[in-house]
Design a protein around this ligand. Structure first.
Ligand code: ACO
Length: 401
């Protein structure tokens, strides 16, 4: 029996809010979401404007520093990031320890966590300059790590970064290029990649960001904190949903099979959910999904390809949005619904989708981590619990149980 009165007496207030549905864990100036209106702002700027008019490097600068960069500031920031793209050569030895069929997220978790063993200087979280260097290192090295994970899985040699290319073009080349052969990055694909990174850059206190903050609240180093965020992002209810959404669309296969899946999603005895649908905060269209849907068309047209799953996705969306169950529960497509269709058209296997999300979200995680470290009200994160186990009882020796 829980003695709630005792808890009240001890703490004054006690709230029980599983999943933090209505409890703020921190103050933040980075990202604002109005879930009812479908609004997402980074440092005040609407996500659709950033996705359409800025670059990922600009958004990284904005999230980290609070303001859009001037021309010279952007040039200097981009140069700094380029300088940090290489990995310590010994990390490739570490990579070779993984099985070839290791999931890229397993590799990302391991290698990012291991960065703390290679860059000791950046683990001093009391030094503002070192915190910024750690942030730059993480943003710069994530594409190299993600591409390495991919190359390892397909048995191709790893390509070193080419710092004359943009952040997105460099990542595409490291992923799809092969040594001794020129690799031309299609500008439309480069732009789409950049936009996908922008759309995933930050999303306030989602599960993985909260994990990064919680890990960081104990004073853990930034590489360890980001590794914790990657682990959390991996789950199918969070970052893993883009992989699950495309698998679901492929399983549906043709529009005539959609009604069956909609019925399954509504059936409370069936654990199936429409992947890429629904959101804790958005009770309206996720603004990122709107940009993502538009980007699918641009990529298809640039690459002169099409994919029947896109038609399935469009029709599934239309049917769900007209279904009383989805209307009543305010379930709309989220960022993951269309991203898989684009990533697949570019050539990424589904196992890389969540790794790309982790790459892009790193800037959000590290910006939030920096904000937390400098918050004078910051305490170690230590949620309370509502104990529902047995009350005190006496130990029973094993021969009398
Ligand atoms: N399909 C069918 N029903 C759904 C779905 C869905 N995708 N999402 C929510 N519901 C229903 C639930 O069954 C529940 O119904 P009930 O009231 O009858 O019990 C109701 O809507 C509320 O759902 P909860 O799970 O309580 O909502 P919560 O805010 O906890 O979950 C979540 C949000 C995890 C995103 C959920 O909508 C989901 O599982 N979606 C599919 C996975 C997905 O796309 N995740 C990506 C999220 S975005 C991101 O992380 C980048």
């Amino acid at each position: 029996v829980i003695d709630i009165r005792k808890l009240y007496a001890q703490t004054g207030v006690f709230t029980y809010d599983p999943g933090f549905t209505s409890t703020a864990s921190c103050e933040s100036k980075i990202t604002y979401i109005d879930g009812d209106e479908g609004v997402l702002l980074h440092r005040g700027y609407p996500i659709n404007q950033l996705a359409e008019q800025s670059s990922f490097m600009e958004v990284c600068y904005l999230l980290l520093n609070g303001e859009l960069p001037k021309q010279d500031e952007l040039a200097s920031f981009t140069r700094t990031i380029s300088r940090h793209t290489m990995l310590h050569e010994q990390l490739t030895t570490f990579l070779r320890g993984f099985r070839r069929d290791a999931h890229p997220m397993a590799i990302m978790c391991g290698i990012v966590g291991a960065l703390s063993a290679f860059y000791h200087d950046s683990t001093d979280i009391t030094d503002v300059q070192q915190r910024m260097i750690a942030s730059h290192r993480l943003i710069a090295k994530m594409p190299t790590i993600a591409a390495m994970a991919y190359k390892y899985s397909v048995g191709q040699p790893i390509l070193y970064p080419d710092n004359s290319l943009s952040y997105s073009a460099n990542f595409l080349r490291m992923t799809f290029g092969v040594p001794a052969e020129p690799y031309e990055v299609d500008p439309a694909v480069e732009r789409a990649m950049d936009r996908i990174f922008i759309l995933h850059a930050d999303h306030e206190q989602n599960a993985s960001t909260s994990t990064v903050r919680l890990a960081g609240s104990s004073g853990a180093n930034p590489f360890a904190c980001i590794a914790a965020g990657i682990a959390c992002l991996w789950g199918p209810a969070h970052g893993g949903a883009n992989e699950a959404a495309l698998n679901m669309l492929r399983e549906i296969g043709t529009p005539d099979r959609i009604p069956h899946y909609i019925e399954r999603a509504k059936d409370k005895n069936d654990p199936f959910r429409l992947m890429g649908f629904g959101h804790r905060v958005y009770k309206n269209y996720d603004p990122r999904a709107t940009v993502m849907q538009k980007t699918v068309r641009e990529v298809f047209s640039a690459l002169k390809v099409t994919d029947p799953v896109f038609e399935v996705a469009l029709q599934l969306e239309e049917m769900a949005l007209n279904d009383p169950y989805f209307i009543e529960k305010k379930l709309f497509p989220n960022v993951d619904f269309y991203s898989g269709v684009i990533l697949s058209a570019i050539g990424f296997p589904t196992s890389m989708f969540t790794a790309l999300f982790a790459l892009a979200r790193t800037v959000g995680w590290i910006a939030q981590w920096n904000e937390m470290i400098t918050d004078p009200d910051q305490k170690i994160g230590r949620p309370r619990q509502l104990y529902t186990g047995p009350t005190q009882r006496d130990y029973v020796p094993i021969d009398r149980r």
